[in-house]
Ligand binder design. Structure first.
Ligand SMILES: NC(=O)c1ccc[n+]([C@@H]2O[C@H](COP(=O)([O-])OP(=O)(O)OC[C@H]3O[C@@H](n4cnc5c(N)ncnc54)[C@H](O)[C@@H]3O)[C@@H](O)[C@H]2O)c1
Length: 357
């Protein structure tokens, strides 16, 4: 069973929980808007369902309210920032504002960000740059729990390390490739497990490293591991995220036995480029246009309705959910209410806010 909430009142409800955790009003609004936007775009695994984890991290001391990025190094086009374990929704925003300003001024900016709490959808940060006509490239690692195996490995060694490339396009919404480097999101394994369903082959190994279609190996001990996407190639991209997002940023890599901590830290390398300053502006726009027109003349394959580019599925979902509302399953909503209660927000208050009453 799913409840359905509209984005605006749902944002008010989530904002109330974050504010009860001690966040100033701007931070509570930014966190709530960011999470609800992930739901609107169809990425429920990175939406309001994160709130129980955030509240647990806050109470544990692994997430701190009202933090801003600290500048460790500023060479104009080279920035090294520390997120101070603050809400990624504020740290990511302020870090990207700095990188975007530098890219506009100098033509490009390379920015590292260490120790941010969960940055959510990485596409959110690329979208900020793309909205100003900039290209934005991101490599991110995750310090939380090891869930993904090495290619050829038989146990989990690192997180779902996302990467993202945002490219502004002439006359249409941007190309926005925003993806975990695991073959499938951890959240999708939990859903399958709760429904008692098997998952597709090639996504998962069991606790002995054998291929498995039983999602329990991604959810309850004895744990196996999720595989990287695309065999050895996706595995390589996942490692690039760990080395660039974790090691190069100074935030650190995952090299621990399992941890019981609830905080999710992200390290990120962001590269922001102003195409207008590169001197290839007209070719960039013209060639992009010609390529996309050519691509879309592609014959449609069996089982598909059209050829899309990255970013389109999310925009289609957003249009639907803005009209029809956001479905939230009852278990997730109960967990959010329980998390709110830990911060003394009454269940009834949350329900009323989310229903816009
Ligand atoms: N902060 C973190 O620690 C963390 C960790 C992992 C993932 N994430 C986020 O999780 C989100 C979900 O990641 P995911 O890998 O499950 O996403 P996904 O598999 O749903 O989509 C990946 C990409 O493929 C594109 N795509 C999907 N269907 C397509 C189609 N038919 N044609 C063309 N392109 C298509 C999407 O637009 C998207 O850019 C992302 O926003 C990611 O940043 C965050």
């Amino acid at each position: 069973m799913s409840l359905v909430f509209h984005a605006q009142p749902l944002t008010r409800a989530i904002e109330a929980v974050v504010a009860a955790g001690g966040s100033e009003p701007r931070e509570a609004r930014l966190v709530a808007e960011n999470l609800v936007m992930a739901n609107l775009l169809g990425h429920d695994s990175h939406g309001i369902g994160m709130i129980p984890r955030y509240v647990a991290a806050l109470l544990e001391g692994g997430l701190s309210a009202n933090r801003h990025p600290a500048v460790n190094l500023d060479l104009g086009t080279l920035l090294a920032l520390d997120g101070c374990q603050g809400y990624g929704q504020v740290i990511g925003l302020e870090a990207m504002e700095l990188a975007i300003e530098r890219a506009r001024r100098h033509g490009s900016c390379i920015m590292t960000l260490a120790n941010s709490h969960h940055l959510g959808r990485i596409g959110h940060w690329a979208e900020m740059a793309v909205a100003q006509g900039l290209v934005s490239i991101h490599f991110v690692n995750v310090i939380s729990h090891a869930r993904v195996a090495a290619h050829g490995g038989a146990d989990a060694r690192f997180g779902t390390n996302p990467m993202c490339v945002g490219i502004p396009l002439p006359g249409e919404a941007p190309f926005l490739l925003d993806m975990a480097t695991s073959a499938v999101a951890q959240g999708k394994m939990r859903v399958a497990y709760n429904k008692g369903e098997k998952v597709a082959p090639g996504l998962l190994i069991d606790d002995r490293g054998n291929p498995s279609e039983d999602p329990r190996y991604a959810v309850v001990p004895p744990l196996g591991a999720i595989l990287p996407f695309g065999g050895h190639k996706g595995y390589g991209v996942a490692l690039a995220c760990e080395l660039l997002g974790g090691a190069l940023s100074g935030g650190g890599t995952w090299h621990y036995e399992e941890s019981s901590k609830q905080r999710v830290l992200n390290g990120m390398l962001a590269i922001v480029i102003d195409p207008a300053r590169l001197g290839t502006g007209p070719q960039f726009a013209g060639e992009s246009r010609q390529f996309l027109d050519w691509l879309r003349k592609s014959a449609v394959g069996p089982g598909f309705d059209k050829v899309r580019i990255a970013g389109e599925p999310e925009r289609e979902m957003r249009a639907r959910r803005e009209k029809q509302g956001i479905p939230v399953d009852e278990a997730t909503w109960a967990e959010i209410q329980a998390a709110g209660a830990k911060l003394k927000v009454k269940k009834e208050t949350l329900q009323q806010l989310a229903e816009g009453r």
